[in-house]
Design a protein around this ligand. Sequence first.
Ligand SMILES: Nc1ncnc2c1ncn2[C@@H]1O[C@H](COP(=O)(O)OP(=O)(O)OP(=O)(O)O)[C@@H](O)[C@H]1O
Ligand SMILES: [Mg+2]
Length: 213
Amino acid sequence: MTIQGYAEGIKEKVFDEVEEEKGLEVIVSEVNRLKKIINEMILLAKLESEETSFKKESVSVENLVNQVLERALPIAAERKIEMQQKVAPNLHLIGDEERLLRALLNLSFNGIRHATTKLSITALEEQGLMKIMVEDDGEGISDDLIPHIFHRFVKGKNGETGLGLAISRAIVEQTGGKIEVGKSKLGGALFTLTFPITSKKIKTVNPLCDIIV
Ligand SMILES: Nc1ncnc2c1ncn2[C@@H]1O[C@H](COP(=O)(O)OP(=O)(O)OP(=O)(O)O)[C@@H](O)[C@H]1O
Ligand SMILES: [Mg+2]
């Protein structure tokens, strides 16, 4: 309706120059917002239907987290949010690297948007499970929103489209893991991704061969 209103107004020449310029700015920003929603909806539909299009590659968690930090750096710097990471060495996941990156970026962009001063990413092995935690020191997620937070189009204060977490959940579940939300010791939201440790590279006596168990 916003696009239609401004476009018709410009066509009928009912605006002065300043209003027309403002109208064009609003049209461009609304078109970009709609483009983002459509792209996210297409991605979500794909994630829920094409299991086969998921790659099954060995993904280094250290590498993955470094890529997340690299891509999130400009937004974090703009918002003056400090990013910390603590990743145990030699952690690997079997999954689709691009999609796992998307899942973690969605959580990190949310964290940066809601944080007061910092975002922290931790990856470790605990009781035979691999955990990746993304947390921040913002206001956290309200108790009434928590049960619905991974549903599509659910958004809270300062939310955008409400599709990011639904996409992250679909990716984590397609990778054989689960995603949970809780409260961080830092004061804000805590998202925990848990994956079974399906394979581990073991160094053998013979340096020419690695056994995958
Ligand atoms: N780290 C966080 N701290 C506080 N609230 C959060 C956090 N992460 C998500 N939320 C809340 O959960 C809602 C849903 O998040 P989700 O990522 O699905 O959608 P979004 O960020 O609003 O839009 P987008 O589709 O662009 O990601 C957000 O609108 C926000 O209210
Ligand atoms: Mg989001």
